[in-house]
Ligand binder design. Structure first.
Ligand SMILES: [Zn+2]
Length: 266
């Protein structure tokens, strides 16, 4: 699975992770491909197959929250149906479990993810910053309070549901096109990036705002950047180390090596 050259690189990465003061991570769609979730764009992508969803999704929601809720409760758009079915049957893979293990080892202070699939949560990660939201949660757009499935009674005669705290409109937590990144999550990301001296980026080329900023913030302050990606990306040129391999195998190996180092130094 991992050749000698890659193993040597993973070993160097483990030195950085084990020796850092504060490690954070950023993950994207590539990490969930091994869980059967296709990326949105590119070959086999959901949007490539069904067409792009509207670029003003958030404005549409605000114009007609009741209509948006009716569509959410009984999706008719084929891409929405396909996405719903795919997410419902996806399970975390070795890459997700590796990040949960790093957190237990005290080697992942914050896990920023662009994924909405809930798989990091299911794998056991808790220090999560889901910049595009989580498809299983609801969020009040007034006070940003999150609700789990079933926590709010959804009455089809009285949509959209309202926040019991501030009476704000409740929508799905997944961030629509045109919707600002929830400010509480964004603040958490900047705080984490300002503290970190080591960052692992897995399954994303991190070219989209705001994710694109964090690796450069860590590098600018002298920290190290470890890229885990089977393909070369825009980050490869600046990364301290680029681990070129499948996320599940590479991250599992990385965690084993970090664990060995921490045990030796204990
Ligand atoms: Zn509220």
């Amino acid at each position: 699975m991992i050749d000698a050259g890659l193993a040597a690189e993973v070993s160097r990465a483990a030195d950085l992770v084990a020796g850092a003061r504060s490690v954070i991570a950023l993950t994207g769609a590539g990490l969930s491909v091994e869980s059967g979730i296709p990326p949105f764009r590119g070959p086999g992508g959901l949007w490539t197959k069904y067409g792009e969803p509207p670029l003003d999704g958030y404005q549409r929601f605000l114009r007609d929250p009741r209509g948006a809720w009716l569509e959410r409760l009984a999706p008719r758009e084929s891409w929405a149906v396909a996405l719903h079915e795919t997410l419902a049957k996806a399970r975390p893979n070795a890459g997700h479990f590796a990040f949960a293990e790093l957190e237990k080892l005290g080697r992942c202070d914050a896990l920023i993810t662009q994924n909405i699939d809930d798989l990091h949560r299911q794998a056991g990660s808790r220090n999560l910053l889901e910049i595009h939201g989580n498809h299983r949660l609801l969020r009040c757009i007034g006070c940003m309070r999150r609700f789990a499935e079933g926590e709010l009674a959804i009455d089809e005669q009285d949509l959209p549901p309202r926040c019991p705290g501030c009476r704000g409109i409740v929508k799905g937590d997944t961030v629509h096109f045109g919707e600002p990144i929830p400010p509480d999550v964004l603040r958490g990301c900047y705080e984490a990036a300002e503290r970190a001296d080591c960052m692992i980026v897995a399954g994303t080329s991190a070219t989209v705002f705001p994710a694109a900023e964090f690796p450069f913030e860590v590098l600018r302050r002298g920290g190290s950047l470890i890229e885990v990606n089977p393909y070369e990306s825009e980050l490869s040129g600046v990364a301290t180390l680029s681990l070129r391999g499948p996320g599940g195998a590479v991250l599992t190996r990385l965690v084993a090596e970090v664990t060995a180092r921490l045990e030796r130094s204990a």
